[in-house]
Design a binder for this molecule. Structure first.
Ligand SMILES: NC(=O)c1ccc[n+]([C@@H]2O[C@H](COP(=O)([O-])OP(=O)(O)OC[C@H]3O[C@@H](n4cnc5c(N)ncnc54)[C@H](O)[C@@H]3O)[C@@H](O)[C@H]2O)c1
Length: 321
């Protein structure tokens, strides 16, 4: 199997690559398990691979020539993760449209030149929903994004669904919860603080929480996110009915409960490093997102959430010790 990961130098791309290498095999279009021969990491950022099966290819997802060159004529499967994240797509509309919409279209169009329709796993987001929402949001709720990022992900899903219907690709769009705890530095996602309020206090640094403690959010650990992306790849196309878009199961938790869990694990002094200081722009975007889903289809397909927020913190500590 030859695999392409777009956004392969990013947070989830890096973790996905590691998980695929450890797994060693993926199902081909006919459902046959075959060894992974090559993983190409396509990104604007170059990385230094430490496994002979991995190649780093630098290019722009919105540039059709770059995308065609990265696909070659022997790519079997694609994980499409390259994106401009929520805060940045809101600040720079043109950049978000170019990377998230033009880039997704360029990739899916280029797939049509491959000898066989590839399986394509696309990372969509809960941000495709917004406005007045039922709690929990059922699977069949209409897409009403309240941010440019959410609208761009919704367009990507429509393209992926239609090209799957046409038989150009075999797509699966996973609407991921907010992934927490993200290691490293804060990124430009509006939800970045959800990781900062755990990561920074554990590292001895203060963190600002820009929303009220009562705000509920829908979260998933990086471990579960990667497991669910690989599971989605492995499912036969017959598992999907009228839609290739799946709400991924997550954990519904308030920001106050997140800090409580941190207090239980790391103590009062660590939890006291979280300072509440409202930021209306961030609060408006994040509070427009759903706080809970039924995720009926996702669960029936075998996708899993984390049992509680304490286990998400524990997993972060273990993975980043
Ligand atoms: N992390 C989350 O909480 C979360 C939640 C829902 C959905 N998602 C989606 O999952 C995917 C991966 O998220 P992540 O957290 O790893 O993000 P990330 O920002 O760490 O990774 C995205 C990668 O895309 C690359 N990229 C940006 N513009 C590009 C371009 N023009 N051409 C090629 N590559 C480009 C970046 O360099 C980066 O390495 C994204 O599509 C994101 O929208 C993430």
């Amino acid at each position: 199997m030859n695999v392409l990961i777009t956004g392969g130098a990013g947070f989830l791309g890096h973790k996905l690559c590691g998980a695929l290498l450890r797994r060693g095999a993926l199902s081909d279009a006919g459902g046959q398990l075959r060894p992974i021969q090559r993983i190409r990491l396509f990104d604007v950022v170059q990385i230094a691979p430490n496994d002979s099966r991995v190649e780093s290819v630098v290019g722009d997802i919105a540039n059709s020539d770059d995308v065609r060159a990265a696909l070659g004529n022997d790519t079997d499967s694609i994980f499409h993760l390259a994106a401009v994240v929520s805060g940045e797509a809101e600040q720079d509309f043109d950049l978000g449209m170019r990377v998230n919409v033009d880039g997704t279209r360029a990739l899916l169009e280029a797939c049509r030149n491959l000898p066989h329709p590839p399986r394509v796993v696309f990372t969509s987001s809960l941000a495709v929903f917004g406005g007045p929402l039922p709690d929990p949001v059922p699977d069949e709720w209409p897409l009403t994004p309240q941010s440019s990022y959410g609208a761009q992900k919704a367009i990507g899903e429509l393209l992926l669904n239609d090209m799957s219907r046409k038989g150009f690709i075999d797509g699966r769009a996973l609407r991921l919860p907010t992934i927490c705890v993200r290691p490293g530095k804060p990124n430009k996602a509006a939800s970045s603080f959800l990781s900062s309020i755990i990561r920074e206090p554990l590292n001895g640094v203060e963190a600002i929480c820009p929303v009220e403690p009562g705000l509920r959010v829908w979260l998933l650990s990086p471990r579960r996110a990667i497991e669910n992306l690989i599971l989605a790849h492995e499912l036969p196309a017959t598992c999907f009915g009228h839609t290739r878009s799946v709400n991924v199961p997550g954990l519904s938790v308030s920001v106050g409960e997140m800090v409580q869990a941190l207090r239980k694990i790391a103590g009062d002094a660590v939890a006291a490093r979280v300072k509440f200081q409202r930021d209306e722009t961030i609060e408006r975007i994040v509070s427009s997102w759903p706080a809970a889903f039924t995720a009926t289809l996702g669960r029936s397909l075998g996708m899993q959430a984390d049992p509680d927020f304490a286990s998400i913190i524990q997993a972060y500590i273990e993975d980043n010790r």
